[in-house]
Design a protein around this ligand. Structure first.
Ligand code: FMN
Length: 139
């Protein structure tokens, strides 16, 4: 299993309703490609967690990268993972969480990765996901 987290700048005309539509319309494609994850939108930026086979995730990322509804796509985290965190969500949607908090978690993840501290990395990844999952479940 492989996971990738990116962030991008939403186009100026993006709205929560449109972002939710993107997530809903992604569900069929993602289910067919055995990809799961979550799309986070805060009114300005997107963050998305994609998990699945590395080749399938990269193929999807190529498609998403070309989408004009956002720009400046930056991969924040990528690498192997022991299992799915979003099993059952071919693409969940969340616009209730805090992007700043998510970015703090990403910083923790990348710091752990740069120190090659596997335990710390796992904790930081788990924390990010439990934050995102927590606000999904809290709806
Ligand atoms: C922020 C963002 C996230 C997206 N996430 C996905 C996704 O997870 N899965 C997907 O199939 N398309 C996603 N899309 C849409 C793709 O860019 C593309 O429009 C879509 O895959 C085309 O699907 P279609 O060939 O069925 O029309 C996303 C688009 C944006 C702007």
């Amino acid at each position: 299993m492989f996971e990738l987290i990116y962030m991008s700048a939403a186009s100026p005309t993006m709205t929560s309703a449109k972002a939710r539509d993107i997530a809903e319309q992604s569900q069929m494609n993602n289910a067919l490609a055995d990809i799961s994850g979550v799309l986070v939108f805060d009114g300005t930026s997107f963050a998305q967690i994609l998990e699945g086979d590395e080749s399938a995730v990269r193929r999807l990322l190529d498609i998403i990268s070309a989408d004009k509804r956002h720009s400046n796509l930056t991969v924040l985290v990528e690498g192997p993972t022991s299992g799915r965190s979003f099993a059952g969500w071919s693409m969940a949607y969340n616009d209730t969480g805090s992007m700043a908090q998510l970015l703090d978690r990403v910083a923790d993840i990348n710091a752990a990765r740069s120190r090659s501290n596997g335990e710390e990395l796992k904790r930081a990844l788990d924390k990010l996901k439990s934050d995102v999952l927590g606000s999904l479940r809290g709806k």
